[in-house]
Design a protein around this ligand. Sequence first.
Ligand SMILES: C[S@@+](CC[C@H](N)C(=O)[O-])C[C@H]1O[C@@H](n2cnc3c(N)ncnc32)[C@H](O)[C@@H]1O
Length: 193
Amino acid sequence: MNAPVYVVLLHYPMRNRIGETVATAVTNLDIHDISRSCRTFGIKRYFIVTPVTEQHRVVGRILSHWQRDQSKEWHPDRFEALARVSLVKDFEAVKEAILEAHGEAPEVVLTDASLQPNAISYVDYRREIENPKRTKPIVIVFGTGWGISEIFYPEVHRILAPVYGPKDDPGGEYNHLSVRAAAAIILDRLFGH
Ligand SMILES: C[S@@+](CC[C@H](N)C(=O)[O-])C[C@H]1O[C@@H](n2cnc3c(N)ncnc32)[C@H](O)[C@@H]1O
């Protein structure tokens, strides 16, 4: 595969439980677990997006702890994963960084637990991006809170189908995964072997 792939975890604009657009808080679990999945599946950089200054202070401290030389020596696997995390204020900063690195704006790929119109299956999207002629950067966007607000949709070029459990599950179509689990499953489906 020749296309460089990036991951974004959005904390704004998110939906809350009554559908309002809000900023959510960054969790330590999401920093660590998603960075390990990104490292495992060859993601170039994992961008954590939050506009909240106080969150930058807290998350910045966590990242600088794990990105220092002593962590590299004592926890090399964790260091290697966390070394590819960037904390940014908004999605514009993500697009600018990718444009600067590759001279081309990324294809923005949304993930969602609900089925959206024109959603593409993992098999089809994997086939598409495995084409060696395909070099346009890709950014896969994951949400927090109650999911990504519709005001983000103008940024989106492609939508991946939801992950579901077994077809004949007597418990119905419950598929509300943690974002960490969803990220690991989706990256495995697209890039694992
Ligand atoms: C809505 S947030 C929920 C965050 C939750 N507070 C947590 O603990 O992770 C979950 C995000 O994970 C992804 N996600 C969750 N379940 C999914 C599914 N079944 N299929 C695809 N993506 C899913 C989407 O990116 C979604 O925006």
